[in-house]
Design a protein around this ligand. Structure first.
Ligand SMILES: [Fe+2]
Length: 217
């Protein structure tokens, strides 16, 4: 590696590290806003589960497909394809639906309406097919949901459910997976022109707003 190339690689590594730190903070901030499940009414519990289902069941594979179309590096493509394969092969939308049915929290028209605007914002953001901000958003979401699963499982249990396959599968903290995701991000940064911070975290902010909408309506 020539000194100039080595310098670019190091600067992409430190850029990735600072993005990861920002993403980690965004996750902690969001987790800190979760309500105490013991203080929620049955209708509040049902609402959170139903709005979460209204968003995730039909959109997660769309988001990942958008990410796949956006990226240009082999590292990122391979990582996203692994994720898509698992989503389809193990039928995660079906798992999500079983989870909602068992918790008596199948989304109604009103639940879908409650998240409509924030969900549309995330959909349109993904539709821009902007590689780096999309991969940053994915990293945020994956980091968040594994930490969110105990909360979701607790709500379902309080609804009388014992169907926990969805939260078990998504609650696994996979360190290798996260490392690979940030390596994929590094590869995408190397391909892209410099991106302003506002644009870098736009998807993270839209997703944060959507999750807050799910939880606090
Ligand atoms: Fe999934």
């Amino acid at each position: 590696m020539t000194p100039a190339v080595a310098e670019v690689v190091t600067s992409n590594e430190s850029k990735t590290a600072s993005i990861q730190a920002h993403v980690d903070r965004a996750i902690e901030d969001l987790l800190a806003t979760l309500p105490n499940t013991a203080q929620l009414s049955a209708e509040q519990r049902r609402g959170i589960l139903a709005r979460y289902t209204a968003v995730l069941e039909g959109n997660f594979i769309y988001w990942m497909t958008g990410a796949y179309i956006s990226v240009g590096s082999d590292e990122a493509r391979a990582k996203i394809m692994d994720n898509l394969r698992e989503e389809v092969r193990d039928c995660h939308p079906g798992m999500m639906r079983r989870f909602a049915v068992a918790a008596q929290a199948v989304p109604t028209d009103a639940d879908a309406q409650a998240v409509y605007r924030n969900l549309t914002n995330v959909r349109l953001f993904i539709g821009r097919l902007s590689a780096v901000p999309t991969v940053v958003t994915m990293a945020f979401f994956e980091g968040f949901i594994q930490r969110f699963m105990p909360f979701l499982a607790d709500l379902a249990r309080r609804q009388g459910s014992t169907e926990m396959e969805y939260t078990d599968v998504h609650g696994v903290c996979d360190v290798t997976h996260t490392q690979e995701l940030f390596r994929a991000l590094e590869a995408e940064i190397a391909l892209a022109p410099p991106i302003p911070a506002k644009e870098m975290f736009e998807g993270v902010e839209l997703l944060q707003a959507l999750i807050q909408n799910i939880v606090n309506n």
